[in-house]
Design a binder for this molecule. Structure first.
Ligand code: CAA
Length: 258
Protein backbone atom coordinates (compact mmCIF):
# COMPACT_ATOMS: atom_id res chain seq x y z
CA UNK A 1 0.00 0.00 0.00
CA UNK A 2 1.27 3.53 -0.80
CA UNK A 3 1.43 6.02 2.04
CA UNK A 4 2.01 9.78 2.00
CA UNK A 5 3.36 10.31 5.51
CA UNK A 6 5.55 7.24 5.88
CA UNK A 7 7.53 4.68 3.94
CA UNK A 8 7.63 0.93 4.46
CA UNK A 9 10.47 -1.37 3.36
CA UNK A 10 10.33 -5.10 3.98
CA UNK A 11 13.51 -7.13 3.84
CA UNK A 12 14.47 -10.43 5.41
CA UNK A 13 11.38 -10.58 7.68
CA UNK A 14 11.88 -7.03 9.03
CA UNK A 15 9.52 -4.18 8.17
CA UNK A 16 11.23 -0.80 8.44
CA UNK A 17 8.60 1.93 8.81
CA UNK A 18 9.90 5.50 8.52
CA UNK A 19 7.78 8.47 9.51
CA UNK A 20 8.14 10.93 6.66
CA UNK A 21 6.83 14.44 7.27
CA UNK A 22 10.17 16.29 7.25
CA UNK A 23 8.52 19.68 6.86
CA UNK A 24 6.95 19.27 10.33
CA UNK A 25 9.66 17.15 12.02
CA UNK A 26 7.34 14.14 11.66
CA UNK A 27 4.63 15.74 13.80
CA UNK A 28 1.73 13.33 14.24
CA UNK A 29 -1.27 14.56 12.26
CA UNK A 30 -4.47 12.60 11.69
CA UNK A 31 -3.25 11.25 8.36
CA UNK A 32 0.06 10.02 9.77
CA UNK A 33 -1.55 8.31 12.75
CA UNK A 34 -4.12 6.65 10.51
CA UNK A 35 -1.51 5.55 7.95
CA UNK A 36 0.72 4.25 10.72
CA UNK A 37 -2.16 2.19 12.11
CA UNK A 38 -2.75 0.75 8.62
CA UNK A 39 0.95 0.03 8.05
CA UNK A 40 1.24 -1.78 11.39
CA UNK A 41 -1.93 -3.79 10.75
CA UNK A 42 -0.56 -4.76 7.31
CA UNK A 43 2.77 -5.78 8.83
CA UNK A 44 0.97 -7.82 11.47
CA UNK A 45 -0.88 -9.75 8.73
CA UNK A 46 2.10 -10.11 6.39
CA UNK A 47 3.83 -13.50 6.60
CA UNK A 48 7.01 -11.88 5.29
CA UNK A 49 7.23 -9.72 8.44
CA UNK A 50 8.28 -11.03 11.84
CA UNK A 51 9.48 -7.84 13.49
CA UNK A 52 8.92 -4.12 12.89
CA UNK A 53 11.32 -1.19 13.27
CA UNK A 54 9.69 2.23 13.56
CA UNK A 55 11.90 5.24 12.97
CA UNK A 56 11.91 8.86 11.85
CA UNK A 57 14.71 11.01 10.49
CA UNK A 58 18.11 11.81 11.96
CA UNK A 59 16.74 15.16 13.20
CA UNK A 60 13.42 13.95 14.58
CA UNK A 61 11.71 10.71 15.44
CA UNK A 62 8.60 12.86 15.90
CA UNK A 63 8.26 16.34 17.42
CA UNK A 64 4.86 15.58 18.91
CA UNK A 65 1.26 15.87 17.90
CA UNK A 66 0.73 18.32 15.04
CA UNK A 67 0.17 21.63 16.80
CA UNK A 68 -1.05 23.37 13.63
CA UNK A 69 -3.74 20.76 13.15
CA UNK A 70 -4.84 20.82 16.81
CA UNK A 71 -4.61 24.51 17.70
CA UNK A 72 -8.12 25.62 16.74
CA UNK A 73 -9.97 22.54 17.93
CA UNK A 74 -12.51 22.72 20.77
CA UNK A 75 -13.13 20.20 23.50
CA UNK A 76 -16.23 19.03 21.63
CA UNK A 77 -14.12 18.50 18.48
CA UNK A 78 -11.40 16.42 20.14
CA UNK A 79 -13.84 14.47 22.29
CA UNK A 80 -16.19 13.55 19.48
CA UNK A 81 -13.40 12.65 17.05
CA UNK A 82 -11.59 10.85 19.92
CA UNK A 83 -8.30 12.62 19.17
CA UNK A 84 -5.43 10.14 19.64
CA UNK A 85 -7.85 7.46 20.81
CA UNK A 86 -8.70 4.49 18.60
CA UNK A 87 -6.02 5.17 15.99
CA UNK A 88 -3.29 5.13 18.62
CA UNK A 89 -4.70 1.97 20.20
CA UNK A 90 -3.92 0.18 16.91
CA UNK A 91 -0.22 0.60 17.70
CA UNK A 92 -0.38 -1.27 20.98
CA UNK A 93 -2.75 -3.81 19.40
CA UNK A 94 0.06 -4.90 17.05
CA UNK A 95 1.04 -8.44 18.02
CA UNK A 96 4.46 -8.56 16.37
CA UNK A 97 7.29 -6.78 18.20
CA UNK A 98 7.91 -3.13 17.33
CA UNK A 99 11.32 -1.58 18.02
CA UNK A 100 11.40 2.23 18.12
CA UNK A 101 14.68 3.50 16.61
CA UNK A 102 14.86 7.07 17.88
CA UNK A 103 17.23 9.76 16.61
CA UNK A 104 16.78 13.46 17.32
CA UNK A 105 13.60 14.78 18.89
CA UNK A 106 11.05 12.45 20.44
CA UNK A 107 8.79 15.01 22.04
CA UNK A 108 5.23 14.96 23.32
CA UNK A 109 3.32 12.49 21.17
CA UNK A 110 6.65 11.46 19.61
CA UNK A 111 8.02 10.35 22.98
CA UNK A 112 4.70 8.67 23.69
CA UNK A 113 4.75 6.88 20.34
CA UNK A 114 8.25 5.55 21.05
CA UNK A 115 7.13 4.37 24.49
CA UNK A 116 4.11 2.62 22.97
CA UNK A 117 6.52 0.42 21.02
CA UNK A 118 8.05 -2.67 22.66
CA UNK A 119 11.48 -1.23 23.28
CA UNK A 120 13.52 1.79 22.28
CA UNK A 121 17.02 1.88 20.85
CA UNK A 122 18.19 5.47 20.54
CA UNK A 123 20.94 7.43 18.85
CA UNK A 124 23.42 9.59 20.73
CA UNK A 125 21.61 12.70 19.51
CA UNK A 126 18.18 11.63 20.84
CA UNK A 127 16.18 14.03 22.98
CA UNK A 128 13.07 12.91 24.82
CA UNK A 129 10.53 15.23 26.39
CA UNK A 130 6.92 15.87 27.31
CA UNK A 131 6.73 19.62 26.64
CA UNK A 132 2.91 19.77 26.35
CA UNK A 133 2.85 21.89 29.52
CA UNK A 134 4.36 24.73 27.47
CA UNK A 135 1.27 24.59 25.22
CA UNK A 136 -1.21 24.74 28.07
CA UNK A 137 -2.11 21.05 27.86
CA UNK A 138 -0.75 17.72 29.10
CA UNK A 139 0.36 14.51 27.39
CA UNK A 140 -2.48 12.74 25.60
CA UNK A 141 -1.00 9.52 24.20
CA UNK A 142 -0.08 7.81 27.44
CA UNK A 143 2.93 9.91 28.50
CA UNK A 144 1.92 10.54 32.10
CA UNK A 145 1.42 6.80 32.58
CA UNK A 146 4.19 5.19 30.52
CA UNK A 147 7.00 7.63 31.30
CA UNK A 148 6.22 7.31 35.01
CA UNK A 149 6.41 3.53 34.82
CA UNK A 150 9.64 3.66 32.80
CA UNK A 151 11.66 6.28 34.69
CA UNK A 152 9.82 6.66 38.02
CA UNK A 153 7.65 9.41 39.45
CA UNK A 154 10.25 12.04 40.23
CA UNK A 155 11.83 12.28 36.77
CA UNK A 156 8.50 11.85 34.99
CA UNK A 157 6.86 14.52 37.11
CA UNK A 158 9.71 16.93 36.52
CA UNK A 159 9.59 16.37 32.77
CA UNK A 160 5.81 16.77 32.58
CA UNK A 161 5.74 19.83 34.85
CA UNK A 162 8.77 21.72 33.47
CA UNK A 163 8.88 20.39 29.92
CA UNK A 164 12.64 19.75 30.14
CA UNK A 165 14.23 17.32 27.70
CA UNK A 166 16.20 14.18 28.58
CA UNK A 167 19.27 13.32 26.51
CA UNK A 168 20.30 9.84 25.38
CA UNK A 169 22.68 9.20 28.29
CA UNK A 170 20.04 10.08 30.86
CA UNK A 171 17.43 8.08 28.95
CA UNK A 172 19.58 4.95 29.09
CA UNK A 173 20.51 5.50 32.74
CA UNK A 174 16.83 5.92 33.62
CA UNK A 175 15.59 2.82 31.81
CA UNK A 176 13.66 4.67 29.10
CA UNK A 177 15.74 3.10 26.32
CA UNK A 178 17.36 -0.31 26.08
CA UNK A 179 20.60 1.12 24.66
CA UNK A 180 22.27 4.07 22.98
CA UNK A 181 24.19 3.65 19.71
CA UNK A 182 26.15 6.05 17.49
CA UNK A 183 23.71 8.06 15.39
CA UNK A 184 24.97 6.63 12.08
CA UNK A 185 24.56 3.08 13.41
CA UNK A 186 20.98 3.49 14.62
CA UNK A 187 19.15 1.78 11.76
CA UNK A 188 21.68 -1.07 11.28
CA UNK A 189 21.61 -1.77 15.03
CA UNK A 190 17.80 -1.69 15.26
CA UNK A 191 17.43 -3.86 12.14
CA UNK A 192 20.03 -6.32 13.50
CA UNK A 193 18.02 -6.61 16.73
CA UNK A 194 14.84 -7.13 14.67
CA UNK A 195 16.56 -9.83 12.59
CA UNK A 196 17.69 -11.58 15.75
CA UNK A 197 14.07 -11.61 16.97
CA UNK A 198 12.85 -12.88 13.59
CA UNK A 199 15.09 -15.95 13.91
CA UNK A 200 13.39 -17.10 17.14
CA UNK A 201 10.29 -19.23 17.43
CA UNK A 202 7.57 -16.72 16.58
CA UNK A 203 5.17 -18.43 18.99
CA UNK A 204 7.60 -17.83 21.84
CA UNK A 205 8.16 -14.24 20.64
CA UNK A 206 4.44 -13.45 20.75
CA UNK A 207 4.13 -15.12 24.15
CA UNK A 208 7.12 -13.18 25.55
CA UNK A 209 5.73 -9.85 24.31
CA UNK A 210 2.31 -10.56 25.82
CA UNK A 211 3.80 -11.66 29.13
CA UNK A 212 6.16 -8.66 29.48
CA UNK A 213 3.29 -6.30 28.66
CA UNK A 214 1.29 -7.86 31.48
CA UNK A 215 3.83 -6.32 33.86
CA UNK A 216 2.37 -2.95 32.90
CA UNK A 217 -1.26 -3.89 32.84
CA UNK A 218 -1.97 -5.99 35.88
CA UNK A 219 -0.84 -6.88 39.39
CA UNK A 220 2.41 -8.78 40.04
CA UNK A 221 0.46 -11.84 41.15
CA UNK A 222 -1.73 -11.90 38.02
CA UNK A 223 1.27 -11.17 35.78
CA UNK A 224 3.30 -14.02 37.23
CA UNK A 225 0.38 -16.42 36.84
CA UNK A 226 -0.06 -15.30 33.21
CA UNK A 227 3.65 -15.81 32.56
CA UNK A 228 3.64 -19.25 34.20
CA UNK A 229 0.68 -20.47 32.13
CA UNK A 230 2.23 -19.11 28.90
CA UNK A 231 5.56 -20.75 29.74
CA UNK A 232 3.83 -24.05 30.41
CA UNK A 233 1.70 -23.76 27.24
CA UNK A 234 4.85 -23.42 25.11
CA UNK A 235 5.65 -27.05 26.00
CA UNK A 236 2.88 -27.97 23.55
CA UNK A 237 4.92 -26.57 20.62
CA UNK A 238 7.38 -28.32 18.33
CA UNK A 239 9.65 -25.30 18.70
CA UNK A 240 10.12 -26.03 22.41
CA UNK A 241 11.19 -29.61 21.60
CA UNK A 242 13.50 -28.36 18.84
CA UNK A 243 15.00 -25.51 20.90
CA UNK A 244 15.85 -27.70 23.86
CA UNK A 245 17.07 -30.61 21.71
CA UNK A 246 19.32 -28.23 19.76
CA UNK A 247 20.86 -26.96 22.99
CA UNK A 248 21.54 -30.48 24.23
CA UNK A 249 22.95 -31.54 20.85
CA UNK A 250 25.13 -28.37 20.73
CA UNK A 251 23.70 -27.10 17.42
CA UNK A 252 21.62 -24.13 16.20
CA UNK A 253 17.83 -24.62 16.49
CA UNK A 254 15.65 -24.76 13.36
CA UNK A 255 12.41 -23.16 14.47
CA UNK A 256 9.29 -23.77 12.36
CA UNK A 257 6.79 -21.65 14.30
CA UNK A 258 4.74 -24.65 15.33
N1 CAA B 1 3.51 20.30 15.24
C1 CAA B 1 3.50 20.95 14.06
N2 CAA B 1 4.61 21.44 13.47
C2 CAA B 1 5.78 21.24 14.10
C3 CAA B 1 5.88 20.59 15.33
C4 CAA B 1 4.67 20.09 15.90
N3 CAA B 1 4.65 19.41 17.06
N4 CAA B 1 7.17 20.58 15.73
C5 CAA B 1 7.86 21.21 14.76
N5 CAA B 1 7.03 21.62 13.79
C6 CAA B 1 7.36 22.37 12.56
C7 CAA B 1 7.67 23.80 12.88
O1 CAA B 1 6.47 24.56 13.01
C8 CAA B 1 8.50 24.18 11.67
O2 CAA B 1 7.62 24.41 10.60
P1 CAA B 1 7.75 25.80 9.74
O3 CAA B 1 9.12 25.69 9.11
O4 CAA B 1 6.63 25.69 8.77
O5 CAA B 1 7.66 26.91 10.71
C9 CAA B 1 9.27 22.90 11.37
O6 CAA B 1 8.53 21.84 12.02
C10 CAA B 1 10.67 22.90 11.94
O7 CAA B 1 10.58 23.19 13.32
P2 CAA B 1 11.47 24.33 14.04
O8 CAA B 1 11.75 25.44 13.08
O9 CAA B 1 10.76 24.70 15.30
O10 CAA B 1 12.80 23.50 14.31
P3 CAA B 1 13.85 23.75 15.46
O11 CAA B 1 15.01 22.87 15.12
O12 CAA B 1 14.11 25.19 15.65
O13 CAA B 1 13.15 23.21 16.80
C11 CAA B 1 11.85 21.65 18.13
C12 CAA B 1 12.83 21.86 16.94
C13 CAA B 1 12.55 21.97 19.45
C14 CAA B 1 11.43 20.18 18.10
C15 CAA B 1 10.63 22.57 17.95
O14 CAA B 1 10.13 22.41 16.63
C16 CAA B 1 9.51 22.30 18.91
O15 CAA B 1 9.58 22.71 20.06
N6 CAA B 1 8.44 21.65 18.43
C17 CAA B 1 7.23 21.41 19.23
C18 CAA B 1 7.48 20.32 20.27
C19 CAA B 1 6.23 20.12 21.10
O16 CAA B 1 5.75 21.01 21.78
N7 CAA B 1 5.65 18.89 21.06
C20 CAA B 1 4.46 18.54 21.77
C21 CAA B 1 3.26 18.69 20.86
S1 CAA B 1 1.72 18.50 21.72
C22 CAA B 1 1.52 16.81 21.92
O17 CAA B 1 2.33 16.03 21.46
C23 CAA B 1 0.27 16.40 22.63
C24 CAA B 1 0.14 14.94 22.90
O18 CAA B 1 0.77 14.38 23.77
C25 CAA B 1 -0.81 14.17 22.17
Amino acid sequence: MAYQTLTVEIDDYVALIRLNRPEALNALNAQLVSELGNALADADQNEKVRCIVLTGSEKAFAAGADIKEMAAKSYVDVYTEDLFGADIDRITATRKPIIAAVAGYALGGGCELAMACDFIICAENAKFGQPEINLGVIAGIGGTQRLTRFVGKSKSMEMHLTGRFMDATEAERSGLVSRVVPTTKLIPEAVAAAKKISEKSQIAVLAAKEAVNRAYETTLREGILFERRSFQALFSTEDQKEGMAAFLEKREPQFRDR
